[in-house]
Each structure stands twice: as C-alpha cells, then as structure tokens.
Design a protein around this ligand. Structure first.
Ligand SMILES: [Zn+2]
Ligand SMILES: [Zn+2]
Length: 393
C-alpha cells in the first residue's frame, strides 16, 4: 500500500509499505477515503517530538471497513467509519469512566495510545491506503452515507480536530452566555470557537497572527484578534468595553473573559519577537485575560521531550514558568490534556447528521496522497493560506 512515511526532519515521502492487515482477532482494516493533516504532524515533521524514520504518519482517518477479525461484533465489512486519533480499549478502569485518552490497555506500560505519534504506541498512521484499527469495536465510529458525500469533510474532523476543540470547551467549562477567547485559529482553535458558540457562548474571540486564519475566524462569525496589531489581552478588553458601551458599574473587574482556551501549545510565538517561540506566552496572556472565577482549557500540545526547545522560555523536559499566583488569586479553574474521544465522538457525529454543525467549513485544501511532501512543506511554512488540509484518497 502507499503511505506517507517520515524520513528525516522536514522530509516525508510517499512510499510502498506492507499492507495493513488484521493482526488480532478484534482488529479491522479500513480503506481510507480521507485523512487530514494536523499541527501535531508538524511537531514530528519539524524534528521536535522524536519521530522515528520509517513511521507511517497520520492520525485523522475516515474510510470503509475492508476486513474484520473474528472477534469484531459492532462493525462489519463495508461500514463507513471515522477513527478517533487516541486509541483505547473501551473497557479498562479509565475507559469505563469515559477517560479514554488514559486507556490502560492499548499501549501496555503507558497511559493512552494513538496512531502515528512518538511514545504513543506502535500504531501506523492513516495517511495511507489502508490502516489497521485495534480494539475495533471501540475505535470505529460508524457513520451514515457514502464516501465523498456532503459530510466527508465534516466527518473526518471527528477523528481529532473537532473533538479536541470540543474537549477544550469542556475543559474550560463553556456554557450559555460565557465570553470566550480562543488563542490559536488553526483547525483546533477554530473548532473550539465553533464549539463554544454551539454551547451558547455570547462572545467568541479568536486570536492569531496569520491572515487566512483570522479571515476564516471572521467568516465563521467569531471576532478576529490579530496579535500583530498589539497585545491581544488589551485588544479584547477594549473590544468588550466597546461592545457593552462601557463597563457595567461595579463589574469592571469582569472586563476580560469567563473562559479562555489555549489551542496553540508549546510552539507559541513570543510577543517581543513574533518570529521566535516562547511557550510561556499564551498562558501568561490567558492569566491576564481570564476573569476572577474564570476557567481555562489547555488543549494545545505540550511535550515532555523537546529536541529543540525555544531559547527563551523553553525547556527540553517541557517544564514551564507559569503565573501560578495570578491564577490562584483569581480562583481560576484550569483543565489540561488530550481529548477523551469516547465521550464526544458519537454526539458530535449526531450534530453533523442533524444539520446543527458543519465543522468541515474550516477545511481549505484537498490534495492527493502523492502530493504529501509538498503539502507538508507548505503547511509547515504557513504559506498558501492552509488552515486545514485533507488528503483525498
Ligand atoms: Zn490531529
Ligand atoms: Zn482502556
């Protein structure tokens, strides 16, 4: 089968590799119809998170079940399925409570597993013609329709981007009438903003520094905040003052936002030099912006081993200097971590089927698998207006 293979830092190739096949009785093999490219792929591509040459990349796959082991009961050959990025067994102590990102069985000796991520198990990725799905009854979300129909772009985002965005709003406890700021307007940030609005947020601000992402945020109805125009915290406070006419008497301290989301992670840009990374920047901004009693959701990736930490503020072991006292004094709740796919995927699918949600609007580019080397390069350099790209197989 053809697959996108990691070769070396900033080098991928489309190669023939051994076909994915049923290895355990509860596996299926899926013929991929769409697979998405993700910022997490770039962490590997950039040589930051320890990808091993030869890895088949991709953790956001959608397709048709082609083969199934004898112990698979819930899905059948021919079913259309989307494959959540974080693989889980479905029945262990953590999975049983819905904490599937902390599955205890999928990658023995570790907590949690995923397709095509260093340290997350031996699972090959879905930027390939075929992909093996372990614990298939748990890890296939069955879908209606046929490949290439009007929901192909919506459904592929259930594999990771939308689920992670939704999880960020869950971590930040977003509820009706909340004011929400999302740092990062890549696919996850935009879909966190989208989720916040679905959950009833009154105002949603989308912070970034790339034109096409800010344009997409505006197109989707969020208030774009351009970091290149100055301190985003002051910009949002000013926008809120303008919106409410003036601060309501006695409520001036609540002129920030009730919920803040980090959809950037450890590769945040520093304010003093937007060309340089500073992994402390977003949490510092959020600590200033969040209201007393507010909530933060940290969904951007932070890595425990960084092969090339930022010279200012970065550490190879992932440690970070954060404004702990400011968060304490405001009584802020902070939530972290990878999405527990088990909790959300079927609900988000049903929002798509019912017509309430069209997350596929964030996808800007479709490419064939053969074009992977060029697409990785352009996405990595943030050129060509790529917000979210999908390989159409
Ligand atoms: Zn992803
Ligand atoms: Zn489990």
């Amino acid at each position: 089968m053809k697959a996108v293979v990691f070769k070396a830092t900033r080098q991928v190739a489309v190669e023939n590799v051994p076909d994915a096949r049923v290895e355990q009785d509860d596996d299926v093999v899926v013929r991929v119809t769409s697979s998405a490219l993700c910022g997490t792929d770039l962490h590997m591509y950039d040589g930051r998170t320890g990808a091993v040459p030869g890895m088949v990349l991709g953790h956001e796959g959608l397709g048709i079940v082609e083969d199934a082991g004898p112990a698979v009961h819930r899905v059948r050959r021919g079913d259309r399925v989307v494959l959540p990025a974080h693989i889980y067994c479905g029945v262990c102590f953590n999975c049983a409570r819905g904490d599937s990102a902390a599955c205890l069985r999928v990658h023995p000796g570790h907590v949690g597993g995923a397709y095509a991520m260093p340290g997350m198990g031996p699972f090959r990725g879905s930027q390939a013609e075929l992909v093996r799905v372990p614990f298939a009854d748990a890890n296939c979300v069955v879908l209606p329709g046929t490949p290439g129909d009007e929901h192909e772009d919506d459904f592929v985002l259930i594999a990771d981007a939308w689920v992670t965005g939704w999880h960020a709003t869950e971590l930040a406890g977003v509820r009706a009438a909340d004011t929400v700021a999302v740092f990062g307007a890549g696919a996850v940030g935009l879909l966190a903003a989208y989720s916040a609005r679905l959950r009833g947020a009154s105002e949603v601000y989308s912070v970034d520094l790339i034109d096409e992402r800010l344009d997409k945020a505006a197109e989707l109805g969020f208030v774009p905040v351009d970091v290149r125009q100055g301190d985003p915290v002051e910009q949002i406070r000013e926008l809120r003052r303008a919106r409410t006419g003036a601060s309501l008497p006695g409520e001036e301290e609540m002129g920030g936002v009730m919920a803040g989301i980090d959809a950037v992670g450890f590769q945040a840009r520093g304010r003093s030099d937007l060309g340089q990374e500073d992994p402390r920047q977003v949490i510092n901004d959020l600590a200033r912006l969040v209201n007393p009693t507010g909530r933060l959701g940290i969904a951007g990736v932070f890595t425990t081993t960084d092969a090339a930490p930022a010279p200012v503020g970065g550490h190879a072991d992932g440690s970070l200097r954060v404004p702990w006292a400011a968060l304490f004094n405001k009584g802020v709740t902070v939530g972290f971590g990878r999405t527990h796919d088990r909790r959300y995927t079927t609900h988000l699918r049903d929002l798509i089927i019912s017509g309430r949600a069209r997350p596929g609007q964030v996808i800007t580019h479709h490419e064939s698998l053969e074009n992977a080397p060029g697409l990785y390069d352009r996405f990595d350099r943030r050129v060509d207006g790529i917000v979210k790209a999908v390989f159409t197989h």
